[in-house]
Design a protein around this ligand. Structure first.
Ligand code: ACO
Length: 332
């Protein structure tokens, strides 16, 4: 069974309610029909009757909950919650109302916050920043977590590295500036994500252009310091670094460059030292190795919200909804 089929099976076992706020895009309806038919999740679509008529015509949406943001009986509850959550920012009821109907991502996050839904998937026709920002502002991080980050679950065909070709790559999507503390938190969250999505023991490589002090630079020290922090705070996590990519993945290189490391040569969770490296790295593997790249999946948020690529197909939306539903199960 492929990765996404395993995730769909998990999602079906305890169905969650996922909001799709992009009623302005036909792929939303195509995906909703497939999700409902397969029984992966309960689906809420936010949109006016005109939007739903225009883009959803011809799709079988039996069972979908259609929420008109202008006439929803829960609308006032969401306005009040928005004002309460953004009180320190001085948001007025008028501003909250305007924002919620102008940008359905806010509406979707408020539905989650008020307990009317379990997660959100969006981004087929919105940038990553615009998809993530409402979630950061309204849902916030899990207790004890400072930064949300984004990983890809990579499934590389015919590959005996990682966990039979399965890896987590992070952070590929969110944080522009990393210090050691943030890198350490990304590593810890990625280890948890690997365990829950792949079901195997994470081996976390903290990547760099240096292996175990072979180069000297502040960038290298930052990674090495992050490794120390994770080892102190989470001695149960198998982590090592700083490691070059070949030392992380190839046992013969690991023996030369990082002898004695239990992670080097066997890593399955790759933590990149910058957003540039992570974002370019996952796309290289996706395009050159023809790997499946599922994500970016956000980790560290109090409730699951996930982004889509603007080039996505309806089937990609179905996969991300299944992953979001599984995160919602775990959040319980
Ligand atoms: N974790 C938790 N909270 C955060 C984070 C984070 N990583 N980043 C920002 N926040 C919070 C802030 O504290 C702030 O909260 P507040 O409003 O309650 O004070 C709120 O989010 C907004 O923060 P800003 O600093 O104003 O953030 P901004 O709106 O500029 O952007 C964002 C945040 C969207 C995540 C930004 O960092 C970003 O655009 N990152 C890059 C996204 C991207 O383009 N990725 C590459 C493409 S993805 C791909 O290829 C698949």
């Amino acid at each position: 069974m492929g990765f996404i089929d395993e995730i769909k099976a998990k999602a079906k076992a305890d169905k969650k309610t996922i909001v799709l706020p992009e009623s302005m895009d036909k792929r939303t309806f195509d995906a909703a029909e497939k999700i409902l038919k397969e029984g992966i999740a309960n689906i809420v679509i936010i949109g006016t009757p005109e939007e739903i008529e225009k883009n959803g015509a011809g799709y079988d949406l039996t069972g979908a909950i259609l929420v008109d943001p202008y006439h929803d009986p829960n609308r006032q509850k969401y306005i009040d919650k928005f004002v309460e959550l953004r009180a320190k920012k001085g948001v007025t009821p008028e501003q909250a109302e305007e924002q919620m109907v102008k940008d359905y991502m806010y509406y979707a996050c408020l539905m989650c916050k008020c307990g009317d839904a379990d997660g959100v998937v969006s981004g087929a026709c919105h940038s990553t920043g615009n998809t993530i920002r409402p979630a950061l502002q309204l849902l916030k991080t899990k207790p004890g977590i400072h930064s949300v980050s984004g990983f890809f679950l990579m499934e590389v065909p015919d590959c005996d590295m990682g966990e039979n070709g399965r890896f987590i790559f992070a952070d590929c999507a969110v944080n522009v500036d990393f210090d050691s503390e943030k890198l350490a938190e990304i590593a810890t969250l990625s280890a948890e994500s690997f365990r829950s999505f792949v079901g195997a023991e994470p081996k976390v490589a903290m990547l760099s252009y240096s292996t175990m002090g072979s180069a000297k630079h502040d960038d290298v020290t930052k990674v090495a310091d992050a490794v120390k922090l994770v080892k102190e705070q989470h001695p149960e996590i198998q982590i090592d670094g700083e490691l070059q990519l070949d030392a992380a993945l190839v046992p013969s290189v690991a023996e030369l460059k990082a002898p004695g490391s239990t992670v080097a040569g066997h890593a399955n969770t790759l933590v990149f030292p910058s957003l540039e490296a992570g974002n370019i790295g996952y796309k290289l593997v996706q395009r050159l190795a023809k790997a499946n790249a599922y994500g970016p999946v956000l980790q560290g948020l109090a409730m699951p919200v996930n982004d889509l690529s603007r080039g996505c197909y309806a089937d990609d939306i179905v996969g991300v909804v299944a992953m979001t539903a599984v995160q919602a199960q775990q959040a319980e």
